[in-house]
Design a protein around this ligand. Structure first.
Ligand SMILES: Nc1ncnc2c1ncn2[C@@H]1O[C@H](COP(=O)(O)OP(=O)(O)O)[C@@H](O)[C@H]1O
Ligand SMILES: [Mg+2]
Length: 149
């Protein structure tokens, strides 16, 4: 796996705080195409994506739901398609291929945000960035963003 060369850490105390930080993260990660979102259930990965999509003008906050059952939701920003994946329920690389992961990542201008992407070596291999979220006390969350230039 290629190494990440840059990193930045954040801490938030509320859902709104995480949404606000997503603007900064979206600004840092303009080049990356595949971003792995790590963290236990309830860490705030989907919340971060909501904020991110709204910053990109790709979707309003209310329009974004978790792709828990559908596995992938597609949106559109000015730069290209944005795919939001939740692979919690996906088991094998074969299923991942059938879902069309490679094709999504290769679409011109695409941004692919993948919850539970770390389950799949093929995703880790092509990830340009990673955001690791952790649940601290109550509504506090930490975010650790790593990427390469
Ligand atoms: N600081 C915070 N950041 C994000 N979500 C938070 C925060 N504090 C509380 N929450 C709550 O935690 C839950 C996070 O859920 P979600 O974003 O779906 O997590 P995940 O996708 O990682 O499972 C939501 O119910 C949200 O309201
Ligand atoms: Mg989620």
């Amino acid at each position: 796996m290629r190494e990440f060369t840059r990193e930045k850490r954040f801490k938030t105390r509320s859902e709104a705080g995480t949404m606000a930080i997503s603007a900064t993260i979206a600004e840092i990660l303009t080049a990356p195409r595949v971003v792995v979102l790590r963290g236990e259930l309830g860490a705030g990965k989907t919340t971060l994506v909501k904020g991110w999509l709204s910053v990109l003008g790709a979707a309003g906050e209310e329009e974004v739901t978790s792709p828990t059952f559908t596995l992938v939701h597609q949106y559109h920003s000015l730069k290209g398609p944005v795919f939001h994946l939740d692979l919690y329920r996906l088991e094998t690389e074969k299923e991942l291929a059938a879902l069309g992961f490679e094709e999504m990542a290769e679409e011109p201008g695409a941004l692919v945000l993948v919850e539970w992407g770390e389950k799949f070596p093929s995703i880790l291999e092509r990830a340009d960035a990673e955001v690791a979220m952790a649940h601290l006390e109550g509504d506090e969350r930490s975010l650790w963003v790593r990427w390469r230039d």
